[in-house]
Write a protein that binds this ligand. Structure first.
Ligand code: ACM
Ligand code: ZN
Length: 727
């Protein structure tokens, strides 16, 4: 017994001696990387439970955040008090006069002091974020899983292995490159409770973002209380079932929905404002309005009846643009939204508004006549009618001193120059808008749609809408198009990523889609570095992953476990032989061209992984020159089936030729049309035929027109093919 006690004492002594010598050290190589970090050789500042946080008047909330963050990470509560002259400890100060832009900050660390000086409270807040992200994080298993905090007496929580920590002396100067640094979230397709959205706000704050785009209305659910139109939330916030899988014809019968009261939203706005985040509400109009029409059918062109939509996609049921009652409704809604949200920006949507109802609606057609609208060679009369609606609502917003944001479709017509354009269908809309003098927010689906898959191995991922958008691709994004002059580039006020939730029913999944792609996004928003070094970036992500663990954020870890597709096919007669396509693939799915089809690498991942060539409306028709006559009796290829994404082959033919001009058919196979009960995936198709000797092989794969039970009924299906093998 005694022996054990002595041994324990000795061990404790030894351990504390060790920890003294090896105090963990803060690391300023964080995300986003500060613009300037100058280390110096003085003795480091030591942070410990007795360190005091001093703050200048007006920075009390910032000081509280710092205390909270240190407690989260280190497990002790620092004391805080208003600023006195030259105290030792951490000092928060406002010095707007030394900065030439808002949100800027400096950190000066000397042996006795950590001084954070901001151009404004937001600048101080970002300095605090930098300090927070520099702190070493205790390994997760040394911490109690449910109670990681210290007590208010400044006593550390014994579950934390790190107590004191050294801050190397340094001067950090930092400021954001873009003023608008945002993320979007869609709580309409799947309702997300505000407690979860608050965690999303915390995530934005950790990544130095200052705009949260909150998409509050859509076909599948209305989410904001509007007192003048109570049915919007009594009825429009709920749908009586949801399509199963990728928009097939099977539905569940579960009532899904929820909404936010104006009081709840005011509290939420305050929560975000404390974290220097502005909330931009979006009321999407005149399309994406079916939930509102379900409540007030007289606002549509046909008068309904309508239901809160149970499927995904673009509904043809839109607001009637020729009905004054409808215009009054929208005005009233926008006014109540502006009563609740103080945001300088109000998003009024404008995307994906089919015009089929307007073309047939007497009221809409009468409005076109009344306004003297004429179609021209660029746009239809109905396109100009949409511009009329958008411009009219922009005036309602501007009358209250706010600015409108709209999706890039609002350029189709004659939208007023004051509207800010959110470029989502690529960067082209943003380029056109900047040339026309609009301010622009870049949010292209090609790089910033975080509802897309982030791994090619989709079988191992939670199901999502499709696509392929790994962190690398986000990290490569160049928000300032070279096509623009420096003067026009000034119109790009910033960028944001979007998370649509058709296939995201839980908040953990939102986090998984956001993280770590948000890290690449903030790096561009805050810095837009000219030189990009992805490997170094991944190293910095490792520390962020520790913070995500600490806060129990769900995140994807593919960047730490890069996948190597070892999927090469066995060399065969076709491998790397000259190959030509009689018709080129769709431009966006061409990649390296025909050689993708016989480069020896098997198609993997999603349709846009770069490993498939895509064709639509005409066959994939490839001719392979075997370079010398060879005997063959077997052809195999792989193709994707993804009914929700309109992808399905229907027939394949194999032809051979001796001279490359006269071909004869040697095999043909019909591919059964996949039904909603069949699974999607990558399928191999094989054709055997009588042995034949020839120098050229031609493979023709056809698609079909989508069947009646498909939302794309009548349109041609896509064909995505890879790796044609011949033996
Ligand atoms: C959008 O993704 N429909 C803006
Ligand atoms: Zn109408």
């Amino acid at each position: 017994m005694k022996k054990t006690f002595l041994f324990l004492c000795l061990a404790t002594l030894l351990l504390s001696a060790c920890t003294k010598e090896q105090l963990p050290v803060a690391n300023y190589d964080i995300i986003p990387r500060p613009k300037e970090v100058r280390l110096n050789e003085e003795k480091p500042f030591e942070l410990g439970p007795k360190t005091i946080v001093y703050y200048e008047s007006g920075l009390q909330r910032e000081a509280q955040f710092l205390v909270e963050y240190v407690n989260d990470i280190m497990g002790y509560v620092l004391q805080m008090q208003e600023y006195q002259s030259q105290p030792d400890g951490i000092v928060l100060k406002l010095v707007p006069e030394v900065f030439d832009q808002t949100e800027a900050y400096e950190i000066n660390i000397t042996p006795k002091q950590v001084e954070i000086r901001g151009a404004d409270a937001a600048g101080v807040f970002y300095g605090i974020q930098t300090l927070r992200k520099s702190l070493p994080v205790s390994p997760i298993d040394s911490r109690h899983p449910t109670s990681p905090r210290g007590n208010d007496m400044g006593e550390p929580n014994s579950q934390f292995s790190i107590v004191n920590c050294q801050f190397p002396c340094v001067t950090i100067k930092d400021y954001p490159t873009f003023n608008y640094r945002g993320m979007h979230l869609d709580p309409c397709r799947h309702f997300i409770p505000l407690d979860s959205v608050k965690v999303y706000i915390d995530m934005l704050a950790m990544h130095n973002m200052n705009q949260f785009h909150f998409h509050l209305s859509d076909d599948q659910g209305w989410r904001i209380e509007i007192k003048k139109y109570p049915e919007l939330t009594e009825m429009g916030a709920y749908r009586n079932g949801t399509v199963i899988g990728h928009n097939g014809n099977l539905y569940d019968t579960i009532c899904h929905g929820g909404f936010y009261t104006q009081d709840e939203l005011r509290d939420f706005i305050e929560y975000a404002a404390e974290r220097h985040i502005n909330i931009i509400p979006e009321i999407d109009l005149p399309g994406h309005m079916q939930a509102a029409l379900a409540c007030y059918p007289q606002l549509g062109c046909t008068g309904g009846p309508y239901e809160v939509w149970k499927r995904w996609g673009v509904s043809e049921e839109v607001l009637c643009a020729g009905n004054e009652e409808t215009m009054q409704f929208v005005e009233d809604v926008l006014n109540e939204v502006m009563d609740v949200f103080p945001s300088p920006y109000i998003h009024i949507g404008g995307d994906e508004c089919p015009k089929v109802r307007w073309e047939k609606c007497p009221k809409c057609q009468a409005k076109i006549k009344e306004l003297g609208i004429k179609k021209d060679d660029k746009f239809s009369a109905e396109d100009y009618l949409q511009s009329y609606v958008m411009n009219r609502m922009a005036k309602v917003v501007e009358a209250r001193g706010r600015r409108v944001i709209g999706w890039d479709e609002i350029l189709e017509g004659n939208v007023s120059e004051s509207a800010i354009i959110m470029s989502w269908r690529g960067t082209e809309g943003g380029i056109e808008a900047a040339r026309k003098g609009h301010d622009v927010i870049m949010a292209p689906s090609s790089h910033l749609y975080f509802d897309y898959y982030q791994s090619e191995d989709i079988a191992s991922e939670p199901m999502c809408i499709g696509g392929y958008l790994p962190v690398e691709r986000v990290y490569e994004f160049q928000p300032l198009p070279e096509e623009l002059t420096p003067e026009q580039q000034k119109h790009i006020i910033g960028l944001q990523a979007n998370i649509w939730t058709e296939y995201i029913a839980h908040f953990w999944h939102v986090q998984y889609m956001a993280l770590p792609r948000m890290e690449a996004l903030t790096e561009i928003q805050w810095n837009n570095p000219q030189e990009r070094d992805f490997e170094a970036f991944v190293e910095r992500c490792r520390h962020m992953a520790q913070l995500y663990d600490l806060y129990h954020y769900t995140y994807a870890d593919h960047i730490f476990n890069p996948q190597v597709w070892a999927d090469t096919v066995e060399a065969n007669l076709a491998t790397r032989k000259p190959i030509t396509l009689r018709q080129q693939p769709a431009e966006q799915y061409t990649y390296e061209g025909a050689v993708v089809l016989n480069d020896g690498n098997l198609g993997r991942g999603a349709y846009n992984s770069g490993r498939w060539l895509g064709f639509c409306g005409y066959p994939m028709d490839a001719v392979i020159d075997l370079e010398q006559p060879a005997e063959m009796q077997h052809v195999r290829f792989h193709a994707l089936t993804n009914k929700g994404a309109w992808i399905n082959p229907s027939q394949v033919k194999v032809l051979v030729s001796d001279d490359g001009e006269n071909f004869r058919e040697v095999a043909q196979k019909d591919i059964p049309i996949s039904t909603w009960a069949d699974s999607d995936g990558i399928f191999a198709y094989e054709l055997d035929f009588e042995p034949v000797k020839a120098k050229y092989v031609e493979v023709i794969i056809t698609g079909y027109d989508l069947p009646e039970d498909h939302s794309g009924f009548g349109y041609p299906a896509w064909i995505f093919v890879d790796e044609i093998e011949v033996w």
